[in-house]
Design a protein around this ligand. Structure first.
Ligand code: F6R
Length: 369
């Protein structure tokens, strides 16, 4: 049932091209308009919303953080992302003009469900992005957008994460279409770029041996740090979470810009640091800022493991290990940059002899608060 793989996690990492492809499938109607699975909220209401709050836990919350960059950029709707268990208890400002988006693989996460109910009590509409047909969250929501990742068995989420990001992009494009923030052609262009992602993810998987070897060689590390900026920041957080969950190693993700505000004090000789580098072709000066961060940590003795676009010459001189990913539009990069971090954690945990599918103390579906 593991299809020849050593673990479900490895199998599910390998299923990611299909998971993303299936989540994107059949989304354009005969008029070239983007459609979603089960949108039961009136267009008039969707046009009137003035705030989006994404609620989720763990990996799903990191998918939400990625989504925020895309939704705000495409739809110009202020978007917050909040851990579901924190959301309820801070007396959030929610009303009929708030759209709450829940993200959940299982659809049964109690914390997320409670956040959704809380939002509905204040009049908010809820869209759920979910991987499990007929589970509680979609049943209680006003609209549903299913991720089509297929069942995820390993406790550590992989293919559900990439599918959640993909579905959240679709929701963002749908709202942009409906509210007239984008022209049909612009949406089509982004959809076409999204359609190219499965092939690019496949390419990463075909070349995973380098990352596996790196994971195995680092099995005795007692701390690994992850840096990222913009959409690379939640990717860094996700890379750290994977390592904590299955390899039981101290791992932390930071916003690269935050380094000099504290975390750089952690850097000492031999400290492994992953750095997720934005596209050199992106806007702003993000790329050069992150390249400076690589130099800064390396000058203090860090072993740098750099994830950068193919052909990015600027990072070469500062990379102890260079992992290249195919070029992509900046906002879509997490669908690629996450993959080596999953492969790394899985290989490292396996090298330590751990059961990567059933990590200690964790359950696949957290149905208690
Ligand atoms: C991480 C992981 C958890 C879940 C979280 C939410 O690998 O699996 O952090 O992402 O418990 O679960 P769902 O998505 O089922 O609501």
């Amino acid at each position: 049932e593991k299809g020849g793989y050593d673990s479900f996690m490895e199998k599910e990492i390998h299923e990611q091209p299909a998971a993303v492809r299936d989540t994107l499938m059949g989304r354009l109607d005969e008029n070239g308009n983007l459609t979603l699975d089960d949108m039961k909220i009136d267009d008039a209401i969707l046009r009137s919303i003035d705030k989006i709050i994404v609620v989720a836990c763990g990996t799903a919350a990191y998918a939400g953080q990625v989504a925020r960059y895309a939704i705000e950029h495409w739809c110009r709707i202020p978007t917050e992302v909040e851990l579901a268990h924190e959301f309820r208890y801070r007396d959030p400002i929610v009303n009929e003009k708030t759209l709450v988006v829940s993200l959940s693989q299982s659809g049964e996460t109690m914390d997320t469900l409670m956040a959704v109910r809380h939002a509905q009590e204040q009049g908010a509409k809820v869209v759920s992005i979910c991987n499990t047909n007929g589970s509680t969250l979609p049943r209680e929501s006003d609209a549903v957008l299913y991720t089509h990742a297929g069942p995820e068995i390993a406790v550590a989420s992989t293919k559900a994460f990439l599918s959640q990001i993909t579905a959240a992009y679709l929701l963002g494009l749908y709202l942009a279409q409906l509210r007239g923030n984008m022209f049909k052609d612009e949406i089509k262009t982004i959809l076409a770029e999204l359609q190219e992602m499965p092939e690019k993810i496949q390419k990463l998987i075909d070349n995973e041996q380098q990352v596996k070897d790196l994971g195995t060689s680092m099995k005795d590390a007692d701390s690994v740090l992850f840096l990222g900026r913009h959409v690379g920041f939640p990717v860094a957080l996700e890379g750290a979470l994977k390592l904590k969950e299955i390899a039981y190693i101290h791992a932390e993700g930071f916003a690269a810009g935050e380094l000099k505000h504290g975390p750089i004090a952690l850097i000492e000789e031999g400290q492994p640091v992953f750095i997720v580098v934005p596209s050199p072709n992106g806007r702003d000066s993000l790329h050069s800022k992150v390249v400076s961060n690589i130099q800064e940590v390396r000058a203090r003795g860090a072993v740098t493991i750099v994830i950068a676009e193919e052909g990015d010459e600027a990072v070469k001189a500062y990379s102890d290990h260079l992992i290249t990913i195919p070029a992509s539009p900046s906002l879509l990069q997490p669908l690629l940059s996450t993959v080596p971090l999953q492969v790394f954690a899985c290989a490292l945990a396996a090298a330590k002899g751990y059961d990567v599918d059933q990590p200690r103390n964790l359950a696949k579906s957290v149905t208690v608060e």
